[in-house]
Design a protein around this ligand. Structure first.
Ligand SMILES: *Cc1c(COP(=O)(O)O)cnc(C)c1O
Length: 430
């Protein structure tokens, strides 16, 4: 290769971007899987399962060792007492999603949390029985909402309103969402939508949707599975009523990790709002009076949606994750993310004769890390080709390849290498 080789000069340019980045890659804080050839994989799957922080194992081992040493006394005497383990995430969790301390609690898994929240925030009454969601939605969310209606004796098809992209378009328009909300008016009980769409990578205008929902008297909540740790959120200031997310995607807390919940303080502090109850949501002052207190007294915060005592072994990886997010801050991470994803898009769109298109919106406010690529030919075969070149990404039928350069551990060089592979396989020079 000579210095004038275009591939080499693009690689040099990508390496320069890495060297000069305002916020450098935090790759050294993560375990990066290797390809069969023993090189670092191009890991673009942080939207599905984030990589393991190097600090994770020590947090898990701390609990295993304290349990060996202390038995039941670990509840109070462990290095990080198990009794109040969920409380260590209170401040960091709130900063992560733009909430106040007491509005966020880490518990359960995502779909379970959606069920718990819908019990409180979908309260059909009189004319007001509709619930609004989007298409395409993640299957678990669809099953969750439909089964919720069925459990209350309501026919899902009659009560679920769906906003979808216009014909010939891939993404939703805020205007269409707002129009659907206004049209539903006083029939609308609840809005429950994905904050960042899992398939297209589109970030919705959560503030505008919340305001529109409140104007017609509806309660507004979001599934933030693809938004948390990806885009900056201001849930409290946007006046969002409730939200839930999982922690194994951008939050890098491991397969099936403990999920998170946000409940606006006006609801958290309202003891009249029905919650499915358990002892861990009860006021800690009376929690251990057991059978002497048979009335549930909710703690006046999001903690009152907790049911069982916290599974501390499963919660430990959250510490490594939230420490990292908190030390960097979402705003700084977002600037790096916009630069990385912007660079990848620019490179992919510059490929001559490309036989694919990007369906994720280009406007900075309307996307996170992920780019969704639809290939003209057999998309699944195209995906296998990319995989065989050392890329870890994923494929969602019928034709979408999702790639997510995450700002924590991906680099401009990763983006360069991926764009070169796409040019080779799906450009006019191939
Ligand atoms: C990842 C994801 C889920 C997964 O649900 P779990 O309960 O964590 O298995 C649900 N909804 C959305 C929108 C997702 O992106």
């Amino acid at each position: 290769m000579t210095a004038t080789d275009p591939g080499q000069s693009q690689l040099d340019a990508a390496r320069r971007l890495d060297a000069e980045a305002e916020l450098p890659s935090q790759r050294d804080h993560f375990h990066v899987p290797l390809t069969e050839r023993g090189e670092d994989a191009i890991y673009f799957c942080g939207n599905s399962l984030g990589l393991q922080p190097r600090a994770t194992a020590a947090h898990v081992e701390e609990i295993v060792a304290d349990w060996q040493r202390l038995g039941v006394d670990g509840h109070r005497g462990a290095r990080t007492p198990w009794y109040s383990y969920h409380e260590i995430f209170r401040e960091q969790g709130a900063r992560l999603v733009g909430a106040r301390p007491g509005e966020v609690v880490m518990m359960n898994s995502l779909t379970v949390n959606l069920h718990l929240l819908l019990t409180s925030f979908y309260r059909p009454q009189g004319r007001r029985t509709r619930i609004l969601m989007e298409s395409p939605a993640f299957p678990s969310d669809i099953y969750c909402i439909r089964s919720h209606l069925e459990a209350r004796g309501l026919e899902p098809d009659d009560h679920i309103l769906i906003v979808e992209p216009r014909s010939g378009e891939d993404c939703l328009r805020t205007d269409d969402i707002v129009a659907a909300i206004e049209e539903a008016g006083d029939r609308l009980a609840t809005i429950m939508m994905g904050g960042v769409n899992y398939l297209t990578g589109q970030a919705l205008d959560l503030h505008a949707i919340t305001e529109a929902g409140h104007r017609v008297g509806a309660v507004v909540g979001f599934d933030l599975a693809h938004a948390v740790g990806n885009i900056p959120l201001k849930l409290h200031d946007w006046n969002v009523d409730f939200a839930a997310w999982c922690s194994y995607k951008y939050l890098n807390s491991g397969p099936g990790a403990i999920a998170g919940v946000y409940v606006h303080e006006r609801h958290g502090s309202n003891p009249e709002l029905p919650r499915l109850a358990g002892w861990w949501g009860n006021d800690p002052d009376t929690r251990f009076r057991m059978h002497l207190e048979d009335r549930f007294i909710p703690v006046p915060s999001a903690d009152s949606w907790q049911i069982s005592n916290p599974p501390v072994l499963a919660m430990a990886p959250l510490r490594a994750s939230l420490d990292l997010f908190d030390s960097i801050g979402m705003d700084s991470l977002r600037r790096r993310s916009l630069a990385l994803t912007g660079y990848l898009r620019e490179r992919l769109e510059a490929v001559p004769g490309r036989r694919y298109r990007i369906t994720t919106p280009a406007d900075a406010d309307s996307h996170g890390c992920q780019l969704s690529i639809v290939v003209d030919e057999d998309a699944e075969a195209a995906f296998r080709t990319i995989e065989s070149m050392g890329v870890v990404a994923d494929f969602r039928p019928p034709a979408t390849i999702r790639v997510a350069p995450t700002p924590l551990y991906n680099t401009f060089e990763d983006c360069h290498r991926f764009a070169s592979m796409m040019a080779e396989s799906f450009g006019s020079e191939s």
